[in-house]
Every structure is written in structure tokens, then in C-alpha cells.
Design a protein around this ligand. Sequence first.
Ligand code: WQD
Length: 339
Amino acid sequence: MKILVTGGAGFIGSHTVVELHNAGFESIILDNFSNSEKKALAGIEQIIGKQVKYYEADVNDSTTWDKVFTEQKIDGIIHFAAAKAVGESVEKPLKYYRNNVSATVLMLEKMLEHQISNLVFSSSCTVYGEPDSLPVTENSAIKTATSPYGNTKQIGESIIKDTVQSTNNLHAISLRYFNPIGAHESCLIGELPLGPPANLIPFLTQSVAGIRGQLSVYGNDYPTSDGTAVRDYIHVVDLAKAHVSALNLLLKQPEGQYYDFFNIGTGKGSSVLEVITAFEEATNLKVNYAIKPRREGDIIAVYADCTKSKTVLGWQTEKSLKDALGDAWNWQKKITLYN
Ligand code: WQD
């Protein structure tokens, strides 16, 4: 079976292409390399021992979809291609509405035109905002988005759900990712942030590697066990495998309408200080950090209830926080040498 992976050269996309291969699927990558590098393709090929077909093209261009769908018999799409920086989305909202919303509309139009009926959509735990209670289940309230980025994920989910309900044969799943971290254990693929990372783990590993200065811990006066903010950090390989489970569930559906959405996390919340300690234990290295004021827009705590993913998708995580942090560090060492 052939799966089109938009954004397949990116952080989550590249790991998903590997897991698709392990599960017997063939991936066709569609990427414009605006926030990814071609060396990710070489890394994938080395891991799977096979060439990967890719299209260097833009998801906003309707001729892209016609070309791919005419040249390839696509059985399903995993749609990662999107802009993903929360801060940038406040500065450049139209970039986010075009890349994340308009492109999703175009993709759905082209899917209907070319009768492609299976879609996995990258959504986010940001749809829950600051939750009223923890852990969040798929039934927790969807809060008003706090950034254009978050809004695009809410809108994307709604567009897909409404489209499924309007057709005779469309199957779609939205996966609400918590905080993906780590890298493939081979160190052949991983995260390649452009410029200073805004996210905790790449900043931490770059700081320990001497590429960045001291790590700032944003706030220690939150109402959490140690005062620092809590997130659900998931190993990117576990997250990638969730896409294979989602695809298998879609492919099992009889002809007709199907739409569902799932939390993809570990079910465990970790504070920033707990992450730092786990990193130090996993690597025997010291993290140089200082407590700084809260970061604007940060929520206090969020972590997933993954019961639905376990029972309906048949998926659960296999790797620990320490595994993820050890792999993130091994990847950091590799790319530091590389550059
Ligand atoms: C984690 C924690 C920071 C950097 C991101 C995306 C979001 C969503 C999930 C996809 C927070 C603290 C961070 C630093 C720190 N994913 N921190 N020092 O904010 O949970 O959200 O992943 O859609 O859209 O933005 O992740 O890694 O930035 O922060 O103390 O230098 O680490 O305050 O508590 P976040 P993050």
C-alpha cells in the first residue's frame, strides 16, 4: 500500500516514514524542504535500506496534488506539512492560515476529486488550552486557542470532520500530539531546529553541547509539585507508530463516513525540573540552568489520558522519558560533530 506523507522529511514525518516501512507500507514523501533538510531523506534510506520516492513541491499548489495523484496510486495520506512555531504564528498569522488551513482545504478537495479516502491529520494538545482537569481525555473541553497556530489545528480538525460528514466515502483521524521529543535510536534522523530552539529539549541539548548558553527554566511559581510547568513528553518513535495504528484503523473501515480523534501522549506529566533531572540521570551530564520568569502564553500543566488510543487504536507507548532524553542527546552529539 502506498501512503503519501506530506512533510515527510520533517521531525515527526521522517520517523513515521521509517515506521510505515517497518509495517510494510510504501511511503511517497511530499515536502518543500522549507523547514526540513534533504539529509533527512538519506537518513531514512540508510535506516530502511531502500530509496524513498519524494516530490519537492508545495502543498499550497494545486498542480502538486494533481501530479502526485496522477503519477501514484495513493491509498492514504498522512498530513504533517504545516508551520508549527507558536510565537511566529502571532507575528505571521497569514502564513499559518495559508499553510495549515488553506492547504488542508486544497488537499481535501483534491482527495475528493481523485477519490482518495484515508487521511491521518497532525493535530495538537494545544486544542485543550489550559485544561480544567487532568489528565485530558478526548472529551475534555476545546478551549479558545491562544495562538493562530493553535487555532489552525482546531480549524483543521473541524474542516476534516465536516468534510467527512458531507461525503459518501471518507475516513479520517486527527491525532492530538503532546510534546514529541527524542530521535531514532540509530541517530540517522532526528530534530533539526532552524536557529535558536524555542522548545525545551532541543534548547537543553544544544546548551549542554555548548552551542547555546545557559538553559532558562521559565517559571518556578506554578501550582505544580515543584513549581515548574508540566507537559507530557513522548518519544517521537512511539508517536510515529501511532500513525501506523491510525492508518490500519482507517483501512479497516467499511465504505462510508468515519472520523475520530485521539490523544497521543504517554499519560504521564513531567515538570521542567523533572525533565532536567531525568536528562542528567540518562546521560551523566550536568545541565546548567537558571530560573527565569514565566514565558508568556505558557499553560501550567497538560498531560494525556490515553485510554481511548489504547482501546480503539490498539496503541501505547513503549519508551520512557529517559530513553527519549538519551536518544535526544545522542542525536545532538551526532549533529554537533556533523556541522
Ligand atoms: C515545554 C516546557 C516551557 C523552553 C510545544 C508546542 C505546542 C505543542 C506542544 C504541537 C514549558 C519550558 C521551554 C526553555 C523552558 N505541540 N521551557 N525553557 O510550550 O509545551 O509546546 O509542544 O502542536 O504547539 O509549542 O513546549 O518545549 O516549548 O516547552 O523552561 O528554554 O518547557 O515553559 O513549560 P510547549 P516547549
